[in-house]
Design a protein around this ligand. Sequence first.
Ligand code: ADP
Length: 781
Amino acid sequence: MATTAGTGSELIDIGDFTDDALGAGKGLAVLTSGGDAQGMNAAVRGVVRTALHLGAEVHAVYEGYQGLVDGGDLIKRLDWDDVARILHRGGTMIGTFRSKDFREREGRLKAAAHLVDRGIDRLVVIGGDGSLSGLDLFRQEWAGLLAELVERDRITVEQADAHPALMIAGLVGSIDNDLVGTDMTIGADSALHRIVEAIDALASTAASHQRSFVVEVMGRHCGYLTLMSAIAGGCDYALIPENPPADGWQDRMCAELRRGRAAGRRDSIVAVAEGAQDREGRPITADMVRAIIEEQLHEDTRVTILGHVQRGGRPSAYDRWASTWLGYAAAHEVLSATADTEGKVIGLRGDRVVAVPLVQAVERTREVPQRIEEGDYAGAMALRGGSFTEMVRVFRDLSEPPTVEPRHDATARRIGILHAGGLAPGMNTAARAAVRLGIERGHTMLGIRGGFPGLRDGHVRELSWGDVEGWTATGGADLGIRRTVPPMEQLYAIGRSLERAEIDALMVIGGWNAYQATWTLWSERERYPAFDIPLLCVPASIDNNLPGSDLAIGADTALNVIVESIDRIKQSAAATRRCFVVETMGRHCGFLALMGGIAGGAERVYLHEDGLSLQELAEDAATMARAFGDGRELWLAVRNECVSENYSTHFLAQLFAQESGGRFDVREAVLGHLQQGGDPSPFDRILATRLAAHGIDLLDRELAAGARGAHYVGLVEGTVTQSPIASMREESDLVHRRPRHQWWLALRPVLAAMSSPDAQARVEVTRGESRRHAVNRGDAE
Ligand code: ADP
């Protein structure tokens, strides 16, 4: 999700990567440096496999820059299988180090010699801003270093001439999400998982004892993890370095905690960033906060310092698919670079891979702590970007209990909220945010129970600030949900219900049917004046098949469930030779199948968007049989549930079993409703909060202006925006119930590159977009 700013970034279009022989005759090395982060392995695997796929000679440098300085066995040539079975592991399999030697020119001289010895002049580094600035320095010095090595007779003139420049690409591995210029750094999402799991756990014990907890979160100069986990964890108060509290914050914080209890909270949780400070630059520690709460509220207060737990554990689904994509793009970038290509950092901006000039990204990143040090907090916040600032405001509005009861006078507006469509984790989070933010603006918030049938039957009740307490973290939909799109004959009853409940605006949180129902209400306004009110859809669907939003609430949680399930399924196959056919939900939208396949390390993914022929299946069966014959132990195929009416998951499994020739067995796993369950992931909680906040702002403006627009909100290229509901028909493939443009289809070649070194790729260039359908030969994991 986009929370950082940056200017001057240059977009790399994934469609440009069409040269399959880009790596021929080129030597590339990859290393990880600085603090470790979950997802570094996925990035290393992405770089290595893509570069091999493109025909390059690939090396890993072990122990960060120290491995470059020391050379020897620390620089190893890698093959396809060397990066197998690492996608799901935390940390970095090639080790990381903070190398003092590399900071010295003498160290870099040795490093250059070790690279030249092996014919390597392309380097991908995955690390923080320190590692990346070291990388750029190395690039700038390269020619001088080689000249000196020639002078010292360490390398020959021919060797130096063969490598006139060092071509580089940086990937940001840092749990802090502190690099200006990319939305998310590798590891930040997994760290949020760890923090939010801990906050959820603390919240349940804190609520039992009516206790307060102070949680210290990593981030010396960056409040991202603290702010986002405070939003996702439903905390009461957050202290971050970029936005220090004004004088008297101690009393205000305690007053807020007191009001929260009065409004229905049973616990209080304060999140404190490691680098939190007041406006004079004096540190605010977790222990200080504890002492203040104990003194003013006379309440048992405990401090939890999360520490290195935040770096640990399995990478999240996002940190697997996004890092794989980044590794794929970095390999392309560095293999297509020429001697005068400027060093770039490859990052994600919304739904795109972008390349940002490395020097500029590092400089702007380093400006943030400088601004904080100088007391220029507005400047520090501006560098963090518009959505970071927006989330600071949203958190304040959400966490501050109301000082006044909702107005019940003629100026008060009444906003109804309901869920429709299939269940998506995060619906509760969105409803909670809408209710609290609506109340904060003085509106009366009405919960409609049981979707549109509930509205028809008048199941409408006012919700207070305290009624939605605890909804941040829970899956399901406490307001109830129905898939029903109201038929024409029920519209009159629904209209009457809206009038009886005096509903001035309606927010519908849900999936395709929610959109369709809202569209119906909007299009029947002339006949039913009750529908002539502001209407708003908030996208919530694990299928991620809604127009106007790159991601819908719930899709990330479902992806995490899929990836966890695949991890377990793979483990279950220990010591056997087995093919798994895993079926994911998604209706006619292949998002879950493709992204789950990439994040889970699948060899083959079957998408409705691609279609499926018997010939392809026969080729896959033959490829699989060959791969198992060559010693392969596992093959993973992911099938979208609606890819084909007749070639069912069972059919695929039987076909592969029949063709196995006894070399392997085949199991099918239909993940089913597991994918709709579970508590929402941190990303889904943040997305739900952001979209609901934008929705309430929009309804608020419409109501104030007497306007009656009908919209859907969404996340587009990292920014929350809205579209008129009238555009739903243009933006959607109504037959298959999915958006016409699906950004994630650009990741099909990424899967192809990961699944086999000799994938026979068929490249179709359609309107500048590369579409590569691979007939994979095995070995993804
Ligand atoms: P991070 O990359 O996580 O910000 P550090 O700042 O500790 O972590 O940098 C990691 C490593 O990168 C350092 O130990 C050093 O080897 C290398 N490095 C950092 N800055 C420089 C520099 N200015 N010149 C050369 N190497 C550097």
